[in-house]
Design a binder for this molecule. Structure first.
Ligand code: IFM
Length: 447
């Protein structure tokens, strides 16, 4: 079997991504305020095994060791999120100097190791005080978010080039407000659409504030984009409708300055459309420097007798969570997004897989399926670049096993194994594999 090395463009970012609530712990230390995830996890019955992010990976105390891990993996970028209630315990008003100092030190430590910090402003841990004032249903939350963003820009803006406003608005919409599986645990479509509108408004306001405060830096948003295939010609319309509901509804206000017309009209008739004000969509539709895309899912669909898309099960490898492993969909999604919305810089800001990793008798963690997963998906990114898509970086979800929201600690997504009993971190085989890809800026593929 012959092999070839696919090289990536010079300056390509190789990173890992994390989020504050999933790794930091220290939920009530050093003046941090309560978040909606603290409240949600402390409510019995919400999270598998009653687990919480109270301690998580204890990154708040072990951040130096974690920074060293990132450098040991030869990565040149690290995407992390700021906990809004850690820096503004009440969501607005008086900042918490100790919270700001934590991120300040982290950024300095990363830069000293040649790792570019990529900052996400909102990865779901809304201050509980803001929730108590209505949360994302209160339009003022968008203003408070922009004020919070300004505080972070003032603190870190001299050293951070890439800013992501909101992580996966579509997942907040679906899991937080439609299915009720995530904080704040709502199950109502009209409420979900209203919350989404204010989240997108918050994105627009934060970008506007960022442009004024930090000329020369770059701003984007990180939707989670799934790729859908129609298995027959007849299924195309149904699949396009699914894409409108699950992708375009969240993405097009940002990229095109309008909600998809057909869906808007339907929602309006059913009393499910959000209340908007003149100028909102212009504000949401900020020019973006890049699109950050999180990619995990794809599916094949037929249509049922009522013209709805129904998933067709196809034999294919799956992750430990049963999620399909079909790397070609990453390439196809990137080509599709570029064709529909225009060529622009793209970062894959999350991609990864959970497996039931264990420490082996030799003390190592051997995860060949994750190595294959990464090889396939990184190859798909390379193919997309060759097809003309402007991909500038790739971030594995995630640095180390951490708190997987409603599923608790069982799913292990990390390149590094977290031994929760002791806090010890062990680099998995996939971590070593990815380190080599990053070090050489290239991927070896078998022909
Ligand atoms: O852990 C999450 C992350 O917080 C958001 N994107 C998907 C990941 C895996 O489910």
């Amino acid at each position: 079997m012959s092999k070839k090395t696919s090289r990536f463009p010079q300056g390509f970012l190789w990173g890992v991504a994390t989020s504050a609530y999933q790794i930091e712990g220290a939920w009530n230390e050093d003046g941090k305020g309560e978040s909606i995830w603290d409240r949600f996890c402390h409510t019995p019955g919400r999270i598998a095994n009653g687990e919480t992010g109270d301690v998580a990976c204890d990154h708040y105390h072990r951040w130096q060791e974690d920074g060293e891990l990132i450098a040991a993996l030869h990565l040149n970028a690290y995407r992390f999120s700021i906990s809004w209630p850690r820096v503004l315990p009440e969501g607005r008003g008086t900042p918490n100097p100790k919270g700001l100092a934590f991120y300040d030190r982290l950024v300095d430590a990363l830069l000293a190791k040649g790792v570019a910090p990529v900052v996400t402003l909102y990865h779901w841990d809304l201050p509980q005080a803001v929730q108590d004032a209505g949360g994302w249903l209160n339009r003022r939350t968008a203003d408070w978010f922009a004020e919070y963003a300004e505080l972070v820009y003032r603190t870190l803006g001299d050293r951070v080039r890439l800013w992501i406003t909101i992580n996966e608005p579509n997942v907040v919409w679906s899991c937080g407000y439609l299915l009720g599986e995530h904080a704040p645990g709502v199950k109502d479509r009209a409420t979900a659409n209203q919350a989404l509108h204010h989240i997108l408004l918050a994105h627009g306001k934060a970008v506007e504030a960022g442009r004024a405060a930090l000329p020369g830096t770059e701003f984007g948003i990180a939707p989670n984009i799934e790729h859908f295939y129609a298995v027959t010609e007849e299924a195309r319309e149904a699949v396009e409708r699914k894409r409108l509901q699950e992708v375009a509804w969240h993405l097009e206000p940002v990229l095109l300055g309008k909600y998809p017309e057909e869906l808007w009209q339907e929602y309006e008739l059913m009393g499910l459309a959000p209340l908007t004000r003149p100028g909102d969509l212009e504000r949401i539709h900020q020019p973006l420097d890049f699109l950050a895309i999180n990619f995990y899912f794809s599916g094949f669909y037929d249509r049922d007798g009522r013209g709805r898309a129904v998933e067709v099960s196809r034999p294919m490898p799956r992750t430990g969570l049963g999620w399909p492993i079909y790397p070609k969909a990453l390439r196809d999604m990137l080509i599709d997004v570029t064709a529909r919305y225009g060529r622009r810089p793209i970062y894959i800001t999350e991609n990864g897989a959970a497996f039931d990793d264990v420490i082996g008798p030799d003390g190592g963690v051997h995860d060949p399926e994750r190595v294959e997963y990464l090889r396939g998906h990184i190859n798909a990114v390379h193919e997309a670049i060759e097809a003309g898509v402007d991909v500038r970086g790739y971030f594995v979800w995630t640095l180390m096993d951490n708190f997987e929201w409603a599923r608790g600690y069982k799913p292990r997504f990390g390149l590094v194994y977290t031994d929760y009993a002791t806090g010890r971190r062990i680099i998995k085989d996939s971590g070593r594999y990815y380190a080599e890809v990053a070090r050489t800026n290239g991927l070896v593929v078998c022909l």
